[in-house]
Design a binder for this molecule. Structure first.
Ligand SMILES: [Zn+2]
Length: 271
C-alpha cells in the first residue's frame, strides 16, 4: 500500500477502471439481507436467490416486470451507497488529471461528486430507458416514473398507465443496459467514448497509473486487458489492481504492477 500511495502521488495521470467489486465494497450487495428485505414477495413467489438473477426472469406481464425492476432501480440507482467508498476514491484522485472507465451502471461516480466530463459508462445506466426495438438511438431519464412505480405498485404490479412506452414508436421501453446488440449508445455515450480516447492519447508516454478496482472475469475485454496492454506499451506506466480474491497480473508487466488482494473500501481508506 505504501508503494501504491507513492506511485499515485508520482503519477502525472490516473486512469481508473472500475467494476462491480467497487460497488459491492460500497455496500450495493445483490443478495443476502438487503435482497431479502427489499424483495420478500418476489422471493416467496419465484424463489429468486439474488436480485441480479431475478432481473432476467420472464415475467408474464409488464406490470409485474416493472414492479420488480422499479424497486431494483430505486435501491441501486437513486439510493445513496451504504458506505463512502466512492468518496474515498474521489479524495485520492480529485487533484490529479484523472479519467474513469467503468462497467458499473449505478451512477455512483456522479453521486459521489466526480466530474462527469471525466467518466465513461460503457454499459449503460439504471437511470435510463430506451426503446425496446430500438427504433432510435435515444435514452430517457426514468427517475420520476420509477419513484411512482415503487409507490403505486400493489400486489407486485404497477398500474398499467405507468408501463413505459417509446415516445417515438409506442413499443415497450427497456433498460439502457448492454446485454446484446440492441443496446442504445446515445449521444452522451459517444461523447464520453471520445473524451476517453482523447485522454488516453494525451497520456501516451506519460507517467500514468492504471488503477483497476473490482474488475471481475465477466468482461475483461473492456477494462482489464486494455489496461494490461497499455501498461505494457508504455514503459513509464504503472498498473495497480485492487480486488478481493482476484488480484493478479501477467509476468510481462509484473515489475511495474501492484496487486492488492483486499476490500477496496479498506484499501482506499488506508491510502
Ligand atoms: Zn421506439
Amino acid at each position: 500500500m505504501k508503494k501504491l500511495r507513492r506511485e499515485l502521488e508520482a503519477a502525472d495521470a490516473v486512469v481508473v477502471g472500475a467494476g462491480a467489486g467497487l460497488s459491492t465494497s460500497a455496500g450495493f450487495t445483490y443478495s443476502g439481507e438487503r435482497f431479502r428485505r427489499l424483495f420478500p414477495d418476489f422471493i416467496e413467489k419465484y424463489h429468486f436467490s439474488d436480485m441480479y438473477s431475478g432481473g432476467f426472469y420472464p415475467f408474464e406481464t409488464l406490470e409485474e416486470h416493472w414492479a420488480y425492476w422499479s424497486r431494483y432501480i430505486l435501491c441501486n440507482r437513486y439510493t445513496d451507497a451504504p458506505k463512502p467508498v466512492y468518496q474515498k476514491l474521489l479524495a485520492l484522485v480529485e487533484n490529479k488529471d484523472y479519467f474513469v472507465l467503468t462497467t458499473n451502471v449505478d451512477h455512483q461516480f456522479q453521486k459521489a461528486g466526480f466530474d462527469k466530463e471525466r467518466l465513461f459508462y460503457t454499459q449503460g445506466d439504471y437511470g435510463l430507458w430506451q426503446c425496446g426495438k430500438p427504433c432510435c438511438q435515444k435514452t430517457y431519464d426514468n427517475e420520476e416514473t420509477v419513484r411512482r412505480m415503487v409507490e403505486e405498485q400493489r400486489e407486485m404490479r404497477v398500474p398499467a398507465e405507468l408501463v413505459p412506452r417509446c415516445p417515438v414508436c409506442g413499443r415497450p421501453m427497456t433498460m439502457n443496459l448492454r446485454s446484446d446488440n440492441t443496446f442504445v449508445e446515445d449521444e452522451g455515450w459517444h461523447r464520453a467514448a471520445e473524451r476517453y480516447s482523447e485522454f488516453l492519447r494525451r497520456c501516451e508516454g506519460m507517467r500514468v497509473m492504471f488503477l483497476e478496482l473490482g474488475v471481475g472475469a465477466n468482461t475483461p475485454g473492456i477494462i482489464k486487458y486494455p489496461f494490461w496492454r497499455m501498461t505494457y506499451q508504455n514503459p513509464k506506466a504503472v498498473y495497480a489492481c485492487v480486488n478481493l480474491g482476484e488480484a493478479f497480473v501477467p509476468k510481462e508487466i509484473k515489475d511495474r504492477s501492484i496487486c492488492i488482494d483486499g476490500d477496496i473500501g479498506e484499501v482506499l481508506g488506508c491510502l
